[in-house]
Design a protein around this ligand. Structure first.
Ligand SMILES: Nc1ncnc2c1ncn2[C@@H]1O[C@H](COP(=O)(O)OP(=O)(O)OP(=O)(O)O)[C@@H](O)[C@H]1O
Length: 252
């Protein structure tokens, strides 16, 4: 299996006594986009966060089961979590650039991982800003604050920041839900472009968005994975009634 693809086996997450994600087994194909959908509170974000051990940061959260990436079960206690999060980047719902310049936002990760050479850092910053279609918009103000950008640009900067440490997988938790329609369209175009190089898992509440951008869709309900299939089939001929009801807006 390539380092881009990965799978979970009986993955459960608990918050104290609450069983929020229930024995989920899913495979994530190489360089495809998988959308996680389902009503609020059904465990999508919890599941997503467990794919790069972000739940470790939540007091009382506990994981059971396995997540296999590149021959390694990342749930093992011996996993190097810093290296893991380098391999599996995360983009949050609200753009959260550092209080630093545009350049420093992107250079931060590579510097943290030991790259000191200015030319190399310049190259990485340009490459990542080009990949996120930001370069032409910001190349003349790289040393201005990332917070001075529009919300949509900030989100693309956060994606550029994730790319700078050379991940193979990107996790995105409703990355466009705080953005206007034009910025949303840009993020969607970007996802279509990024999937040539990265495996992407995205949580979205927007059914049209899931249908437009994903190759596979997973429907979650009350912590269970109800259905997981090719997006075309899920949206035209789902096998479970609850999936159909959710997709067509009859609940949730
Ligand atoms: N930090 C936490 N502590 C305790 N319970 C939590 C915590 N985070 C989430 N939960 C609970 O776990 C369940 C799953 O929540 P989660 O946020 O993963 O769902 P979701 O499907 O992503 O929801 P939304 O679409 O609203 O973001 C919910 O019942 C929620 O209340």
């Amino acid at each position: 299996m390539s380092e881009h693809a990965f799978y979970t086996k009986d993955l459960s997450v608990y918050y104290g006594e609450k069983h929020a994600v229930k024995k989920i087994s899913m495979d994530f194909p190489d360089r495809q986009v998988v959308a996680l959908i389902g009503p609020s509170g059904c465990g999508k974000s919890t599941f997503l966060r467990s794919l790069n051990r972000m739940n470790d940061l939540i007091p009382g959260a506990r994981i059971e089961g396995e997540v296999w990436i590149g021959g390694e079960n990342i749930c093992d206690p011996g996993t190097d979590v810093v290296r893991l999060r380098q391999k599996i980047g995360m983009v949050w719902q609200r753009p959260n650039p550092f209080h630093k310049s545009i350049y420093e936002n992107v250079a931060f990760g590579p510097r943290y991982h030991g790259i000191r050479n200015k030319k190399e850092l310049d190259r990485i910053v340009e490459e990542c800003l080009r990949k996120t279609a930001l370069w032409d918009e910001v190349k003349d103000r790289l040393h201005q604050s990332g917070l001075a950008l529009s919300g949509g640009q900030q989100q693309r900067l956060c994606i550029a920041r994730s790319l700078a440490v050379r991940p193979s997988i990107l996790l995105m938790d409703e990355p466009a839900s705080a953005l206007d329609p034009v910025s949303t369209a840009k993020i969607e175009e970007l996802i279509a472009e990024l999937k040539k190089e990265y495996t992407i898992v995205i949580v979205t509440h927007n059914m049209q968005q899931a249908a437009r951008i994903s190759d596979k869709t997973a429907f979650f309900f009350l912590g269970d994975l109800i259905e997981y299939d090719d997006t075309n089939r899920m949206f035209t001929n789902p096998s479970r009634k609850s999936t159909d009801d959710y997709i067509s807006g009859r609940f949730g």
